[in-house]
Design a protein around this ligand. Structure first.
Ligand SMILES: [Mn+2]
Length: 343
């Protein structure tokens, strides 16, 4: 088990140096938009107006991914994972809209490119309108800014941008998707890792959120029962329903060897209303989480997630992430030492 730095949507050489400086062995990249000005600059490509706005389909090329991997490795880091493609490159598949087939073909090509570039894990989720919060400026400990969600407000919002989809439709679309892409992942030696729906409520904006609890995740793992399909286990998302339920799911899926990586964050409160919290407070017991993973023999990586915004911090959250990452690394070290003493 090891700690990584994650959720870079854009990347600079400084960010990579920072990840190494705070002791991470690896990094993850979030939904990279390789056609954006920031990414074309990082990858040493010419940005042209033709690069954006982005078409509804897009495959990541092996060359882009290899360039990215090399840049990461130049800092003594491992590129552990790409956490998803931009949402609008998979939305037609999730919603079963015209153009879904083309998006699936691009996703398959992306998996093959990941395999060629030697990047072992591709995270994904099944939420076409993304993570919802009803505030981004609630006050946490010491006045730190934290995000929050109130389902009474959430349920009153209808964007009118998505076609309504019930549970049955979202499951059917997912089953069709995973049946199409999993054999490609197995052939390419790439792991696909499902992140639960955040917030984990039955429906938002007229679209069912199917991956919201242990039962649904268990069903997904049984349906796509392969070492190349597992979970991006997010402690915060599941604890937003129930911290006890999250711990139960964690133990079960860790012992089954189906957790590829972990988002470790905490929350205060639970649905219908919660706020995010520092890693050392709130409903999620980070020590218990890491202890459960260690006992199950988990050998993947753990990253922080949605850290509170502290005094003087950057948008990405260098200060807050350094704190959370150090906290995780310290617990892992302590658990290793205890295990060594117990023989
Ligand atoms: Mn997460």
């Amino acid at each position: 088990m090891r700690v990584a730095a994650g959720q870079f949507r854009e990347l600079t050489q400084e960010d990579l140096a920072f990840a190494r400086q705070i002791g991470c062995a690896g990094v993850t990249i979030n939904k990279p938009d390789f056609d954006s000005q920031a990414w074309t600059g990082f990858l040493g490509k010419q940005f042209t107006a033709a690069s954006g706005p982005r078409a509804p389909t897009r495959r990541f090329s092996a060359l882009e991914l290899a360039t990215l991997r090399s840049a990461v490795e130049a800092h003594g880091l491992v590129l552990e994972c790409i956490e998803g493609v931009p949402r609008n490159l998979l939305d037609r598949v999730m919603l079963g809209l015209p153009g879904a087939e083309e998006q699936v073909e691009d996703f398959k090509a992306t998996i093959r490119a990941m395999g060629q570039a030697g990047i072992p894990v591709l995270g994904y989720n099944w939420i076409p309108d993304g993570v919802w919060r009803t505030t981004k400026a609630d006050h946490g400990r010491g006045g730190a800014l934290v995000t929050g969600y109130d389902d009474r407000l959430g349920q009153s919002i209808a964007t009118g941008t998505l076609p309504p989809r019930d549970e049955q439709a979202m499951w059917a679309n997912w089953e069709r998707f995973i049946e199409a892409v999993l054999p490609v992942a197995e052939g390419a030696g790439v792991k696909l890792s499902l992140h639960p729906d955040d917030p984990p409520v039955p429906e938002l904006d007229g679209v069912a959120r199917i991956f919201r609890d242990e039962a649904a995740l268990g069903r997904a793992l049984a349906f796509a029962d392969s070492p190349n399909h597992g979970l991006a286990f997010c402690t915060g998302t599941l604890a937003q329903r129930s911290a006890d339920g999250m711990m139960h799911a964690l133990g079960r899926f860790a012992r089954a060897g189906r957790i590829h990586y972990v988002h470790l964050r905490s929350v205060a409160g639970a649905l219908p209303r919660f706020t995010e919290a520092f890693i050392d407070e709130g409903k999620v017991d980070a020590v218990a989480v890491l202890e459960t993973l260690a006992e199950a023999g988990f050998d993947g990586f753990v990253i922080d997630d949605h850290v509170p915004h502290v005094v003087g911090d950057t948008v990405w959250g260098h200060r807050s992430r350094a704190y959370a990452t150090g906290y995780i690394a310290g617990i892992i070290r302590a658990l290793e030492r205890t295990k060594g003493r117990m023989g």
